[in-house]
Design a protein around this ligand. Structure first.
Ligand code: ADP
Ligand code: MG
Length: 533
């Protein structure tokens, strides 16, 4: 048995990639060396010395106390740990004691939230004390050696984060090269002049964070390349839909598969053009009060004043019990409602909508669902009657573990285990994603084909990395370079880069970090490799 350093789960001893989260398995890394990839966040208050001189000591302490409180709350909300307070600086770490696949993005989200929330804090401070705070934040990802009690020994990654923070102007968040690589699809950032680092000959690439995309985007959150393969799965989903329509009944299909294998994309493709109302909701990996988050977003779509469903709105207006439970769920009314009442009310709304037109509800990333949400899904599946509803559940395989079953009591439930793409489909995807004029050697192509193991996300990530490095990043690169280098070129041109910026569509990697890590490992790239263009 070996343990995945990223998610901590058990895998067969010879696994090269984690069967649960897809991260590259570095055998023995956890137990022997305790080297960890973490993301470090440094935040300090610009001009706090001057502030200290202007305010009474007691007031100054209160102001700083509020800042520390906000910082700690936001860091912890995003799954980070406050490592220490150094004067007016806060140092936080994401990735210890437990690593998450998206630690870098969590850190960047926390940084953006902190930057923004200081704005609101300032209103109070200005009213109360006539002062404003501004913070400077640096975020950097790299390896550190974890101490015995999982506290960190200082390392390069920590020093770089501190350096980035010092380089930030008040109100700015600056992110380092490794962090940027991991989050670039989810953020908009602009490249800065590379920074010199004390005691280092190489400059460090740095990016000013402008905006972080919402974690709450629905299923089809990006277009990706042309769709390949999956004929039988598409057929299965369409037949399931046709079945619920023909029988005016509820059906439940679970599509399970590892990260990046194509669950969300398959759902988006299967539902395209269907004559149905489609509601989508995504479970979030962390956060507070998110148990029913996907349902809340579905209700938002269903009850939307313009594009929502008239029958559902009518039910809300006419049925006091439904309206009461739903408004508690939506946070519009502070009262207590039991999970059963909520499930019942949601089912009634879904049924009323389906009565008008077939309804498809897509619960994405259900591996992160809390039990109450799974109960709600099961309730709808088991008890809805005389209404064409297709429930489509997308999840990583762990959802199907021994104690988390879905659709157990339902006659009309199917589970599909989404396998990697077939060889031909993978080859087609590689062809489609390469720029038309790319001069890519057959060795490199074959390497991507075999290292991606049929995972389209990994194909996308590897091609993006190859393209970015001009083919240098990889042992098979001798066969030929891989065309243009969009990020580097954009950098030199001083353009905004990132998933919402100018990186060409065809190279756009996935929000989050899951594929990048594995793609880099598969390419044999050094995890600490300098991304300085
Ligand atoms: N059959 C496919 N053909 C082309 N691209 C695909 C296919 N399946 C997935 N992709 C692409 O691979 C990436 C990961 O797919 P996604 O659906 O997000 O995976 P999952 O939901 O299983 O984590 C996306 O960019 C998606 O567009
Ligand atoms: Mg998905």
């Amino acid at each position: 048995m070996s343990i995945c350093a990223a998610c901590g789960r058990e895998n067969p001893p010879d696994a090269r990639f984690c069967n649960w989260c897809g991260a590259a398995m570095a055998a023995g890394l956890v137990s022997r060396e305790r080297r960890k990839t973490v993301t470090v966040l440094f935040c300090d208050v610009a001009g706090s010395t001057a502030l200290g001189e202007r305010l009474e000591p007691e007031t100054f302490r209160r102001v700083m106390g509020r800042y520390f409180g906000v910082a700690r709350r936001l860091i912890e909300d995003h799954g980070g740990v406050v490592e220490k307070f150094i004067g007016d600086a806060v140092m936080a770490v994401f990735g210890v004691p437990a690593a998450h696949e998206d630690d870098a993005l969590r850190a960047v989200r926390a940084a953006a939230a902190l930057r923004d929330e200081i704005g609101s804090l300032n209103e109070g401070l200005e009213a109360g004390f006539g002062v404003r705070l501004s913070v400077r934040i640096g975020v950097n990802t790299g390896q550190v050696v974890a101490g015995t009690d999982e506290r960190l020994a200082a390392g390069d990654a920590v020093n770089v984060a501190a350096r980035l923070e010092q380089a930030a102007a008040p109100g700015e968040v600056i992110i380092g090269p490794q962090t940027w690589r991991l989050v670039r699809a989810a953020v908009t950032a602009e490249p800065l002049e590379p920074l010199p680092l004390k005691g280092k000959s190489q400059l460090v690439a740095a990016y000013r964070l402008l905006e972080v995309g919402s974690a709450l985007d629905p299923v089809a959150r990006r277009a990706g390349g042309p769709f390949v393969g999956r004929d039988s799965e598409l057929q299965l989903l369409r037949e399931a839909f046709a079945g619920v329509v023909a029988q005016r009944s509820c059906g439940l299909v679970t599509v399970a598969g590892m990260a990046g294998v194509g669950k969300s994309r398959l759902a988006a493709e299967a539902l395209r053009g269907l004559e149905a109302r489609v509601l989508t909701g995504r479970c979030l990996p962390y956060g507070q009060g998110i148990t029913y988050w996907p349902v809340v977003s579905m209700l938002g779509q269903l009850l939307d004043a313009k594009r929502g469903c008239a029958a559902a709105a009518a039910l809300m207006a006419g049925d006091v019990k439904v309206a009461a439970a739903i408004s508690v769920l939506l946070g519009e009314r502070a009262a207590i409602s039991s999970p059963t009442e909520i499930a019942w009310a949601v089912r009634r709304l879904f049924e009323s909508s389906a009565d008008a037109a077939p309804l498809v509800v897509v619960f994405d990333d259900l591996q992160w669902a809390e039990p109450a949400l799974l109960d709600l899904v099961a309730h709808i599946g088991q008890f809805s009657r005389d209404a064409p509803i297709l429930i489509l559940c997308l999840a990583r395989p762990e959802l199907l573990g021994p104690d988390r079953s879905l659709g157990g009591g339902m006659a009309n439930a199917t589970t599909v285990l989404l396998q990697p793409l077939e060889q031909v489909a993978t080859a087609a995807l590689i062809d489609q994603l390469l720029p038309r004029d790319a001069d890519v050697g057959s060795r490199l192509r074959a390497h991507v084909q075999s290292a991606s193991a049929g995972n389209p996300l990994f194909v996308e990530e590897m091609l993006a990395l190859i393209s970015e490095s001009g083919g240098r990043d990889h042992p098979g690169a001798a066969g030929g370079a891989a065309g243009s280098a969009p990020a580097g070129g954009a950098h030199r041109a001083g353009l905004r880069v990132g998933g919402r910026g100018v990186v060409p569509q065809r190279h756009r990697p996935h929000p989050g970090t899951r594929g990048t890590r594995r793609a880099r490992a598969a390419l044999g790239a050094h995890p600490e490799g300098s991304a300085a263009p």
